[in-house]
Design a protein around this ligand. Structure first.
Ligand SMILES: N=c1c2ncn([C@@H]3O[C@H](COP(=O)(O)OP(=O)(O)OP(=O)(O)O)[C@@H](O)[C@H]3O)c2ncn1[C@@H]1O[C@H](COP(=O)(O)O)[C@@H](O)[C@H]1O
Length: 107
């Protein structure tokens, strides 16, 4: 069995977004606009953070899945592609996080 990827989920979300399937949660949520999608992402991120702090691995697994799904919905609604996000992550692999922080222009 091949491993399910974020790109696979992204393709499902794209298909649902363009469908007229009234049973689709994705379509319903995206129809409410980017602010509602972003609100859901924020809620799920907080729930994931709480699960992590509580050391509840099962809860964290579920909440992390919610975060990734809602992040992909926000990206789609805002017109940012998953490929662009992955390219940015790939670009960052050339340096450590602390090197990147040190190279930032001073504010
Ligand atoms: N991965 C997910 C996924 N994760 C979370 N959710 C939904 O996210 C919602 C979040 O829960 P909430 O109780 O906060 O939602 P709610 O009560 O509707 O909240 P409000 O909008 O009313 O504030 C739930 O309805 C979950 O089912 C998801 N819905 C869909 N997917 C994937 O997207 C695919 C397409 O889904 P549909 O668009 O529904 O066909 C599915 O096959 C799944 O693979």
């Amino acid at each position: 069995m091949t491993q399910f990827t974020l790109a696979d989920l992204d393709a499902i979300i794209a298909a649902r977004a363009e469908s007229n399937d009234e049973k689709s949660y994705t379509r319903k949520l995206m129809g409410k606009g980017v602010a509602k999608c972003a609100q859901k992402l924020g809620e799920e991120a907080v729930e994931a953070a709480i699960a992590a702090v509580q050391g509840d691995r099962e809860e964290l697994t579920g909440e992390a899945a919610d975060v990734l799904y809602h992040l992909l919905v926000v990206l789609k609604t805002a017109g940012v592609s998953l490929a662009d996000v992955m390219a940015e992550l790939e670009r960052r692999t050339g340096q450590t996080g602390l090197e990147e922080k040190a190279a930032r222009p001073s504010e």
